[in-house]
Design a protein around this ligand. Structure first.
Ligand SMILES: Nc1ncnc2c1ncn2[C@@H]1O[C@H](COP(=O)(O)OP(=O)(O)OP(=O)(O)O)[C@@H](O)[C@H]1O
Ligand SMILES: [Mg+2]
Length: 235
């Protein structure tokens, strides 16, 4: 059973490869953490996984009936997005876009999904607040709820805890793990926080322009690279 399989994948901008020869696969229920230094191609890879970037070589195959529109995606944050003029509820509800089909408006099923995602991440009390007024940690929780609204199969999270203090990050990782464990939603997450993220993940993909490691977390921690990262020396 494979949810996503990448084979000999090359991703490039203007014919300059960012990632070359990448092969790995993700099974239902896995929690894959992607690590690697700045500019190693992590965000580019997840953009390809969610259908926002076309591979220049190789292929990405989806199994288990997964379609790109069924993936809940939390992109890497920018300042502009932090001031997005909408309420918490509107942001979360917008995660249900793929369920609209040809309908122009959200219906009761989508509103229920949004309410469920808000409750799941303890956000009901903030439902009507303007998104731009929230703290960074609250905003990330809203974006996680939005991604959750979009999927019951696969979450793809690009540095969900970036810029958050250690306690809030830990809380966010705990929520992500509980969604993975309790709702059996597969998780692919990019993180620089190797100590915390690796503790929760079942598999690790370590990139540095070319793939350095792909395998189970246990096997990763046995490698010299894994040991360096775990101790925070190379992170
Ligand atoms: N739209 C783009 N056009 C051209 N080059 C790009 C584009 N997006 C990213 N790149 C380049 O591709 C390389 C990989 O970028 P990417 O954003 O995937 O790295 P990353 O591993 O996510 O880094 P970070 O940890 O800083 O988020 C970088 O050298 C970057 O400058
Ligand atoms: Mg990135």
């Amino acid at each position: 059973m494979t949810l996503i399989a990448c084979r000999d994948l090359t991703l490039a901008y203007d014919q300059q490869p960012v990632i070359a020869g990448l092969t790995f696969s993700v099974s239902p229920g896995d929690y894959l953490c992607i690590v690697g230094e700045n500019g190693s191609g992590k965000s580019t890879l997840v953009k390809a996984l969610v259908g926002l970037k076309t591979p220049s070589e190789g292929e990405i195959r989806m199994g288990e009936g997964l379609r790109p529109t069924e993936i809940g995606y939390l992109p890497q944050q920018s300042e502009i997005q932090r001031n997005f003029p909408a309420s918490v509820y509107e942001i979360v509800l917008s995660g249900c876009m793929a369920y609209l089909g040809k309908r122009p408006f959200f219906g009761s099923a989508e509103r229920k999904r949004a309410e469920t995602a808000l409750n799941r991440l303890n956000l009901s009390g903030l439902k009507n607040r303007p998104y731009g007024e929230l703290s960074g940690g609250q905003q990330q929780r809203v974006l996680l709820a939005r991604a959750l609204c979009a999927t019951s199969k696969l979450l793809v999270l690009d540095e969900p805890a970036a810029g958050l203090d250690p306690l809030i990050s830990k809380d966010l990782y705990r929520m992500i793990k509980s969604v993975n464990r309790d709702e059996k939603i597969t998780v692919i997450m990019i993180s620089h926080d190797v100590q915390n993220a690796v503790a929760e993940a079942s598999h690790i993909l370590h990139l540095n322009k070319k793939p350095l490691f792909f395998g189970t977390t246990e096997a990763y921690l046995e490698t010299s690279l894994g040991k360096l990262y775990r101790e925070g020396i190379a992170a």
